[in-house]
Design a protein around this ligand. Structure first.
Ligand code: ZN
Length: 457
């Protein structure tokens, strides 16, 4: 979040970026703010037996199964993208490597141990760190994320076979994410003998893992090593899951909405784009109110927006007849009282500290969207209503993304990822949720990219 009137005092120094190496690389960044990883147990899911979850042996088995299953998928999907041409599987093999057993050289580059996974174009092979990276991803986010990392690398092999060239790195990376999603979509349709259809929780875990694999906030999309922020990478992955590889093949620099932007001032880079807690809360609270005063008449056939009070509470939640969320949700909309309330001792600070200032934006934006949804006479709690509410929350972001530099508030790099992370965190904390975080993020993104017309249904 950036506030009008803040000025750059020094030249922008390069923000810390992930050390991205050759070709496609995923690098584990353990200091990234992200939802707490959830260790996923995978009893009897057909992913293999043997090592414990997170063991190198088990992660390796999943990686090998994923690559074999990706070849099954591409033998059918590739001809559809290539005018009927037959699919040629990878010729150079699959190479798990460790410190003591480094990967083969790639072209002129000698093989060396790096915490990566990559596709080597000159020698047509896929290699991955079987000692640290894959076991860690598997242990923290479950087998599906480990498989998706390898399916992403296979996506680069597909690009080579299709002769894709002349696209910036960020497009190629998101297309590979999309291709990995297309494979997951095929698995979800029950066509894989090796992997069962993923559960809602497994998809959510995978999205949480993608959040970890994003670029560092402030990375320019023009950076030759850029992979994309989490908002864009998750969109690419979901495009593939929901729309198939044909959609991915359409990606190019002209048609792909890239939301990744560099910091605009040294101050913004220094504070990571985060305003102090109280200032963020005040600015966001004022802005979301003004936004709905403008937007609600468009949504509700000209009806005016009645101001909604924001009631932060410390210990006891304010009383309300007929509030619409559970008592332990720590935040709720009170229709009869005309207010929204949230726990300002625990929930607000926890979101801010763990994720960033726009996690507060997601909290407030979600509550106001819930009010808008209910005020227009729709449910905000069943599945469709929940997704529509997330879409409405996204429309405020749509509006913020179009602000000029003279606006009181505008989004800074990382804010979209913070919103998605908050949605994942808040969504997962709900018991018996009507919709999983995977679908809720898609709903939010629809609103954020298309505005109110996306949420009319
Ligand atoms: Zn890649």
């Amino acid at each position: 979040m950036a506030r009008h009137g803040t000025t750059a005092r020094a030249l922008l120094t390069a923000a810390t970026t992930l050390t991205l190496l050759s070709g496609c690389v995923v690098v584990w960044s353990s200091d990234d703010p992200a939802p707490a990883p959830r260790r996923t147990s995978v009893p009897g899911n057909g992913l293999g037996d043997g090592g414990a979850p997170g063991s190198p042996e088990e992660a390796n088995r999943v990686a090998q199964n994923a690559l074999a299953d990706a070849e099954r998928f591409w033998s059918t999907a590739y001809p559809q993208l290539a005018g009927g041409a037959a699919f040629e599987p990878i010729r150079g093999g699959f190479h798990p490597y460790t410190r003591n057993d480094p990967p083969p050289g790639c072209g002129d580059a000698p093989g060396e141990y790096l915490p990566n996974a990559y596709f080597c174009q000159p020698d047509d092979f896929i290699a991955w760190d079987a000692e640290a990276l894959l076991p860690q991803l598997y242990g923290d986010f479950g087998p599906l994320l480990a498989a998706v990392v390898l399916a992403h690398e296979y996506g680069h092999a597909i690009q080579t076979r299709l002769g894709v060239s002349g696209q910036p790195s960020v497009v190629l990376e998101q297309q590979a994410d999309c291709y990995a999603g297309a494979w997951v979509g095929d698995v979800a349709a029950g066509r894989s003998g090796a992997f069962p259809a993923p559960s809602v929780q497994e998809l959510d875990d995978t999205v949480a893992g993608l959040l970890q694999l994003r670029d560092e906030p402030g990375t320019s999309a023009e950076n030759p090593q850029a992979h994309g922020n989490a908002f864009d990478r998750i969109r690419a992955f979901q495009d593939g899951v929901e729309q198939s590889a044909t959609r991915c093949a359409e990606y190019n620099a002209r048609n792909l909405p890239i939301t990744e932007v560099p910091f605009t001032s040294a101050q913004e880079a220094a504070n990571g784009g985060d305003l102090p807690y109280d200032q963020a809360l005040e600015l966001l609270g004022t802005d979301v109110q003004q936004y709905w005063a403008r937007a609600y008449p468009q949504l509700a056939a000209g009806a005016q927006w009645a101001p909604l009070r924001i009631v932060p509470f410390d210990d006891d939640a304010p009383a309300c007849d007929g509030r619409t969320t559970s008592p332990d949700a720590q935040a709720f909309y009170c229709a009869t009282g005309g207010f929204v309330a949230f726990d300002n001792a625990r929930l607000g600070p926890a979101l801010y500290d763990r994720i960033g200032d726009n996690a507060l934006g997601m909290l407030l934006g979600g509550l106001f969207a819930q009010a808008a949804q209910e005020r227009r006479g729709r449910s905000s709690t069943d599945r469709d209503g929940r997704l529509a509410t997330d879409c409405l929350a996204g429309t405020w972001t749509y509006d913020l993304l179009r602000r000029g530099t003279d606006s009181d508030v505008r989004l800074s790099p990382g804010d979209l990822d913070e919103a998605v992370t908050a949605l994942l965190t808040l969504g997962r904390s709900e018991q018996n949720a009507a919709a999983g975080a995977f679908d809720r993020i898609a709903g939010f993104r629809d609103g954020a990219l298309e505005g109110l017309p996306a949420c009319q249904s």
